[in-house]
Design a protein around this ligand. Structure first.
Ligand SMILES: NC(=O)c1ccc[n+]([C@@H]2O[C@H](COP(=O)([O-])OP(=O)(O)OC[C@H]3O[C@@H](n4cnc5c(N)ncnc54)[C@H](O)[C@@H]3O)[C@@H](O)[C@H]2O)c1
Length: 252
């Protein structure tokens, strides 16, 4: 897959899936900007060093994705390091694991703010750059929960991921004419820091495994390979799709 020389921004780039996406894209020759919270600095700088050892450029850009002001600053800083922004991977996300009756409105809004607000702001701030350069690719991380009302998952998380699914299609339909592709990915459970503690519960782990026709959890590499494809030249006619990476969970 050809992503050689592309400048790629990955939100939540220091996390479980984000770091693997960065490795895979860097191995294929892309320059990487890791956008993540300041609290991840140690891991993010270490990852950037690892990626640079592969012969590409890699930078950590500290940001709280829910702040419009910070997006403006980070994009301005990135533009001093690269003329182009070829790909934005809106990967960051959180999950407050509470059912509706236990969840406060504030918690609901926090989930919305990170999982949908962060995606909106990312798209808002890269669009002018992509339009000016005549194209680009945006990949939004939803979830299987953005395709079905998944019964093992908090409803608020499902609502945020459903919003990402249709936001993606709306962006794809409006900006496709300017050469900007926008697609979403929909992973099933992957053992990352987001779910690691929960997977220690044998019942939770068995339920998650039991729903996968292919009989195993997704790996971070499965997700990273899908991102590599959607970011690549080979996917130049793929726009507005919702790609499950779920071993068949959503076909049942
Ligand atoms: N792990 C799974 O099973 C799974 C399944 C489907 C979808 N997803 C989605 O994949 C994406 C990545 O998840 P993960 O499993 O790697 O989780 P993770 O917790 O390992 O990583 C998430 C990253 O996002 C960053 N982040 C959170 N809030 C932020 C903010 N306000 N500003 C900047 N960065 C912020 C965190 O610091 C972290 O590095 C998320 O959108 C998640 O919803 C995960």
């Amino acid at each position: 897959m050809n992503v050689q020389g592309k400048s790629i921004l990955i939100t939540g780039g220091a996390g479980g899936l984000g770091s693997e996406i960065g490795r895979t894209l860097a191995k294929n020759g892309a320059d990487i900007f890791i956008l993540d919270l300041p609290s991840t600095a140690e891991a993010a700088e270490k990852l950037a060093e690892e990626l640079r050892s592969l012969g590409v450029s890699a930078y950590f850009e500290p940001i709280d994705l829910t702040s419009e002001e910070e997006w403006a600053k980070v994009i301005a800083d990135i533009r001093t390091k690269t003329a182009r922004i070829d790909v934005l991977v809106n990967n960051a996300g959180i999950n407050i694991r509470k059912p509706i009756e236990d969840m406060s409105y504030e918690e609901w809004m926090t989930m919305m703010s990170v999982n949908t607000g962060g995606v909106f702001l990312g798209v808002k701030y890269v669009l002018p750059v992509m339009r000016k350069q005549g194209g680009g690719a945006i990949i939004n991380t939803s979830s299987v929960c953005g395709l079905i009302g998944h019964r093992f998952t908090p409803e608020a998380y499902t609502a945020t991921k459903g919003a990402v699914t249709l936001f993606t299609k709306a962006v794809a339909s409006r900006y496709g004419a300017e050469g900007i592709r926008c697609n979403s990915i929909h992973p099933s459970t992957v053992d990352t820091p987001l779910v690691h503690e929960r997977l220690k519960d044998p019942q939770f782990a068995a339920e998650r495994l039991g729903e996968v026709p292919l009989g195993r959890l997704a790996s971070a590499e499965d997700v990273a390979n899908a991102v590599l494809y959607l970011a690549s030249e080979e996917a130049s006619f793929i726009n507005g799709i919702s790609l499950p990476i779920d071993g068949g969970v959503t076909c049942c």
